[in-house]
Design a protein around this ligand. Structure first.
Ligand code: 5RP
Length: 221
């Protein structure tokens, strides 16, 4: 089974969590693109979607799904998004597509976070995927030095600006044994907008597509 087929299977499995008539949050990335296609094809009429990126907004509109501003949407019942890595506690690394800030906001504003991914994204310890950190441009070098102090190897994502006009540092060399702690620690560095660790607000459900179908993991109570 190809990675794309696994992503598509996970995306289609997320449809069962979507109730017609509700407002939902929609993330960013290739797995989410499969979800947007599947949602449009399903005929399930949602009230509107709150999008986490300009790219997803364009895709949602092209698929005929209305897009609503988060400020007028209030609390969302469900947020569907992908991940770059997930552990068994459903804590995530996100931001490979650079949309981590808006993704974290929409996830925070949602009652249930359904994460969709192919099975290769499940790891025992987060950190093999370089951790994306969105930074204010003038703070780039300072934040990079602070990240080195924390044991990371930051690398500027060249030629990339986020939807918020900021930069991304991709931080390698980390073995993240305490994700909530590192999330807080990096989040406190002056100049950091968002760290792509989703540990304080992990996913509630993780749908992993693979050769044996879609595996469903839920957060431990
Ligand atoms: C974007 C993200 C994506 O969810 C993550 O990069 C996974 O992408 P894909 O579904 O293409 O594998 O965090 O900022």
């Amino acid at each position: 089974m190809s990675q794309d087929a696994a992503k598509k299977a996970a995306a289609e499995a997320a449809l069962k969590y979507v109730e017609p008539g509700e407002m939902l949050g929609v993330g960013t990335g290739s797995t989410v693109n499969f979800f947007i296609e599947a949602l449009a094809r399903s005929g399930k009429e949602v009230a509107a979607a709150v999008s986490s990126s300009e790219a997803s907004t364009a895709r949602l509109k092209a698929a005929g799904i209305p897009v609503e501003d988060l400020n007028s949407a209030g609390t969302l019942s469900i947020y569907v998004d992908g991940a770059d890595e997930a552990n068994h506690r459903l804590q995530l690394i996100k931001g490979g597509g650079g949309a981590l800030t808006r993704e974290k906001i929409v996830a925070a504003a949602s009652r249930r976070f359904v994460c969709i991914a192919d099975a290769s994204k499940l790891v025992d310890v987060l950190g093999r995927f370089p951790l994306p950190v969105e930074v204010i441009p003038m703070a780039r070098s300072y934040v990079a030095r602070e990240l080195v102090r924390l044991g990371g190897i930051p690398e500027l994502r060249r030629g990339f600006t986020t939807d918020n006009g900021n930069l991304i540092l991709d931080v390698g060399g980390l073995s993240i044994v305490d994700p909530p702690r590192l999330e807080a620690e990096i989040g406190l560095i002056a100049g950091v907008v968002t760290v792509g660790l989703f540990a304080r607000r992990p996913a509630d459900v993780l749908l992993l597509g693979g050769p044996d179908g879609v595996r469903e993991l839920t957060a431990a109570p």
